[in-house]
Design a protein around this ligand. Structure first.
Ligand code: UD1
Length: 421
């Protein structure tokens, strides 16, 4: 096991490069199941989740080579298995993304049900209902979804909530269905737009990309395409908050400011100075932040994946801030750990009420999930003395070399081997 040892108090200064988006890569990689051939995905982040997806595809016979420069070469010419086993899906829910493309291309898929996650139940009913509407025969057998279809047929699918995963899965199924599929109340997250653009580059016919109504004319066959992964807006947001919390000045490069509108607006409201270029964002923070409420919402709203980091940020704002998560109502596992660092936070229903402005004190804390780990690192960067963060395998799922990037900005953070769990 490994832990982070963080000595608080250093102001972050300098430049940091933002990696490719985890949630884009996790959708682009399984899309290669839709057409046999060789794909070149550039700007792929070298993350544990991406390696898990490569391994899962590998077990199906797809060769994924992730190179140090971020190029991922995928050869999907030989698919020998149509199954995503529980061992992979329990590690990463996004494994469920193989269901749509396998069913569309091969007419059969056996994919483990993901079950709950660290912060509560996360259903997949919308994925399954949508696939059934497309004509699939879906059975649940001993913890697995077994889906069959000799031919999927276009239909109208209205999503009760604009689920990112369901939109991605249904999009990948519909591109090879016979006739027209219309998905209404579709997710408009940039990572879904990227997936749709990749599918178009592969020969799919999709209208309405970036809007809640996607109209897909099925085609009989697709071909491989080369794609560049968009920058990770959540990694970017995390570094912006890190800079603001330490009252530093940091420039993010290889970032897309247009994907961060809600986060940038809230940072300004909290008192940060921001300058954006085409692919850069510079942030400067000189004072304590102002208390700033946020409510998470589907894109382009404030992302739930930035909620934990914002909670850590608001512990520094003298006064009361309210942080409401409307996407995942129970996503507050970071709160008791932030309280161990001295924060005053109460959770009422799906709102964290933060009474900020009292100093944080270094302590030993435990990561419970990916973004909670990020929040703990941020808090440790400003806590007095030394903090230790255990179970950091969560952070490696979604941040590429986070400690090295932070060290380069002047943070005192070390990855240390430990027997503690
Ligand atoms: C994706 C992201 C995750 C992000 C989340 C919300 C990936 C790999 N993960 O997760 O980082 O936090 O979007 O932006 O891209 N829901 C249902 N039924 C379903 C599916 C979802 O009720 O079948 C509900 C969920 O419980 C949740 C909401 O829809 O309340 C949004 O979830 P969804 O957008 O599906 O999240 P994921 O795709 O799992």
């Amino acid at each position: 096991m490994e832990k982070f040892v963080v000595e608080g108090g250093a102001r972050l200064q300098g430049q940091v490069r933002i990696s490719g988006a985890k949630n884009a890569s996790l959708a682009l990689m399984p899309a290669t199941l839709l057409a046999p051939g060789t794909y070149r995905l550039t700007n792929t982040p070298n993350l544990r989740d991406v390696r898990t997806m490569a391994q899962l595809l590998g077990e199906m016979g797809v060769d994924c080579q992730l190179h140090p420069d971020g190029t991922c070469i995928i050869d999907s010419r030989t698919v020998t298995s149509f199954e995503a086993p529980y061992e992979q899906v329990k590690k990463m829910r996004a494994s469920f993304y193989v269901l749509g493309p396998l069913l569309a291309r091969y007419g059969y898929a056996r994919v483990s049900l993901p079950g709950g996650c660290a912060w509560g139940p996360r259903p997949v009913d919308l994925h399954l209902k949508g696939l059934e509407k497309l004509g699939a025969d879906i059975r649940l057998e001993r913890g697995y979804v077994v889906a069959k279809a000799s031919k999927l047929r276009g239909t109208h699918i209205h999503l009760d909530v604009p689920s990112v995963g369901a939109t991605g899965n249904l999009l990948m199924a519909a591109v090879l269905a016979e006739g027209t599929t219309v998905i209404t109340n579709a997710a408009v997250e940039p990572e879904i737009q990227s997936l749709a653009e990749m599918l178009v580059a592969m020969g799919a016919h999709i209208e309405g990309i970036g809007t809640p109504t996607l109209r897909i004319e099925g085609v009989s066959e697709l071909h491989p395409a080369d794609v560049t992964t968009i920058p990770d807006r959540i990694e970017a947001g995390t570094f912006l908050v890190a800079a603001a919390m330490t009252r530093g000045t940091v420039q993010l490069v290889d970032v897309d400011p247009s994907l961060l509108t809600a986060v940038l607006a809230k940072l300004e409201e909290a008192g940060c100075q921001l300058e954006t270029g085409t692919d850069t964002i510079t942030i400067t923070m000189e004072d304590a932040p102002r208390p700033t409420d946020i409510t998470t919402a589907p894109y382009p709203g404030f992302p739930t994946d930035m909620q934990a980091q914002w909670t850590a940020f608001m512990t520094l704002a003298p006064g009361t801030s309210r942080i409401t998560d409307t996407i995942f109502h129970d996503r507050f596992k970071h709160v008791p750990e932030l309280v161990r660092l001295g924060a005053d936070i109460q959770v009422v229903d799906n709102t964290a009420i933060v009474n900020g402005g009292t100093p944080l004190m270094g302590a030993k804390v435990m990561s419970t999930d990916l973004r909670a780990s990020a929040a703990l690192i941020l808090a440790a960067l400003v806590a007095e003395n030394t903090s230790e963060i255990l179970r950091i395998y969560h952070i490696d799922r979604g941040y590429e070399r986070i400690e090295e990037k932070l060290q380069a900005l002047g943070a005192r953070i070390q990855r240390v081997a430990t027997d503690e769990f």
